[in-house]
Design a protein around this ligand. Structure first.
Ligand code: BG6
Length: 480
């Protein structure tokens, strides 16, 4: 059981809160992981009585939680822990009202979850401090993206650092809460046979793809200012890259793991002006078909500018300047409205040094995060019968099959529990966020300076042609 606390969610009626955080908290409550005295307070602008919020929360949670996991009695008890407070996070006076509403902490830790746009982070933190709502027991959880550039991220981090100690700050990247992502660490650091081959001498290249078939849904206003690079590449994809590339940490604890990750971010080869032209591709979807359904072009989406040049797709060839990875390209790509939802990491090994058989191919390790979680190693084997005919066969580790179809924890459940337990191993440290922005900034600047508009791709395809050329010119191709 975790500490007795108040969990205060800024942006409490937003999609993230209703769609992810509340269902995750319900599951934790159902499993007896939340203290019975926990209080979850949603904070948002619209005035709303408490029971209306409880109804809204119930409707959204029912839609999100599997029927077999939604238990009326448990929900009834959980709902008594839910509260609502109407306030404007930009108004300092409202924090005085909030302090009054919350009353004396009386030994309860206060956990602030900022599920809002990053431009509200600094005002919220400053006002919390002025209203006397922060003490040594408080924790703050920040959703990515932290800022929109290195400069803005540094300003946010400094403002937060003036009020909270780094150990109280939890910068969430929900990809780190995914089961297969943690499995990647188990795979690398608990299987001795992989270590000698996990390096430039054996690996030809690495691909990290997070492809989505969804569009921007109701988040057009946010997304049009962010784009795929700030929304996905700066955080989720770079975090995955860190886990693939980092050195084994001395211990599995927050500082050791994050020390190794930040070394990778700092070793990323800086993107030059020429690289922006040669090694990055930005795209934007035009109208197309997904699952047989016509979908509109990005610039016709709700709350998106009609002449928007925001990218909904990005692909980059990255390099890491260190001994282990010298010369190995890491191809990263992510996009919306692509042919199918699929997130995967592909480790492409080099071919055998001297070929004996026709048709053999180099080994490939596939770590699939979505839609299903599996790890598979492609090996060459002889087909039965006369003659040496080879075929690739997969050694498959299907996690659902091995561990049964028990309910899989959502990333937010795992990460919220870590916040409550004060474990920041799976959260981004300040220096990581800033190192990631330092690498991303020249890409964004380069596109701006060269007026590089996004390449169009039809919704339901695999992205712009140029993303394929990025690999094809070196005789490689995207997997899947
Ligand atoms: C979020 C992005 O961080 O991750 C969204 O803001 C994206 O744009 C989402 O759709 C993808 O997460 P998942 O877990 O569905 O792959």
């Amino acid at each position: 059981m975790t500490i007795p606390c108040d969990i205060l969610v800024f942006g409490g009626t937003g999609d993230l809160a209703l769609h992810k955080l509340l269902p995750a908290l319900y599951h934790l409550y159902r499993e007896g992981r939340l203290h019975p005295a926990v209080r979850i307070v949603a904070l948002a602008r619209s005035p709303m009585p408490r029971n209306s919020f409880q109804k809204l929360a119930e409707r959204r949670c029912r839609a999100q939680i599997a029927r077999s996991d939604f238990d009326e009695d448990t929900w009834g008890r959980f709902a008594t822990r839910l509260d609502y407070f109407s306030m404007d996070a930009a108004q300092s006076a409202d924090f005085g009202r909030l302090a009054h509403f919350l009353g004396e902490p009386g030994g309860l830790a206060r956990i602030y979850y900022l599920a809002t746009a990053p431009n509200l982070f600094v005002p919220i933190v400053t006002h919390l401090s002025i209203a006397g709502l922060v003490d040594s027991e408080s924790r703050i959880v920040l959703e990515k993206p932290i800022g929109h550039s290195l400069e803005s991220a540094t300003a946010i981090n400094s403002a937060i650092g003036a009020v909270f100690d780094e150990s109280q700050v939890f910068r969430i990247d929900h990809y780190l809460g995914k089961e297969t992502v943690q499995n990647l660490m188990a795979l690398r650091f608990a299987n001795a046979l992989l270590e000698p081959v996990w390096r430039a001498t054996q690996i030809d290249h690495v691909q990290i793809s997070v492809c989505e078939s969804l569009g921007v849904e109701n988040r057009g206003a946010y997304y049009d200012r962010a784009g795929a690079t700030r929304d996905m590449l700066q955080n989720h994809l770079l975090q995955l890259l860190c886990l693939v590339a980092m050195e084994p940490p001395a211990q599995f604890d927050a500082e050791s793991v994050r020390d190794e990750k930040v070394k990778i971010l700092r070793a990323l080869k800086p993107i030059t002006d020429q690289d922006v032209q040669d090694k990055t591709v930005r795209g934007q979807y035009s109208a197309g078909k997904i699952g047989g359904q016509e979908v509109p072009a990005y610039y016709f989406e709700k709350d998106v500018d009609n002449d928007s040049d925001t990218e909904t797709f990005v692909a980059v060839e990255a390099h890491i300047n260190n001994w282990r990875w010298a010369g190995v390209p890491f191809y990263l790509r992510t996009g919306k409205r692509l042919a199918k939802r699929s997130s995967q990491i592909v480790i492409q090994f080099k071919p055998v040094p001297h070929r004996l058989f026709d048709g053999d191919r180099a080994n490939q390790l596939l770590i699939q995060l979505q839609p299903d979680e599996r790890i598979s190693l492609q090996m060459m084997t002889k087909t039965p019968g006369k003659g040496m005919h080879l075929e690739p066969v997969e050694l498959n580790l299907n996690l659902a099959q091995v561990f049964g179809q028990t309910r899989r924890w959502d990333a937010y459940e795992r990460l919220l529990l870590d916040v409550l337990e004060g474990d920041s191993t799976l959260f981004m440290r300040r220096d990581e966020v800033e190192a990631a922005w330092a690498w991303i900034d020249p890409i964004l600047k380069g596109w701006q300076e060269h007026f590089q508009t996004p390449r169009p791709y039809h919704a339901g395809t695999n992205g712009p042609e140029q993303a394929h050329s990025l690999l094809a010119r070196h005789g490689r191709a995207w997997h899947g």
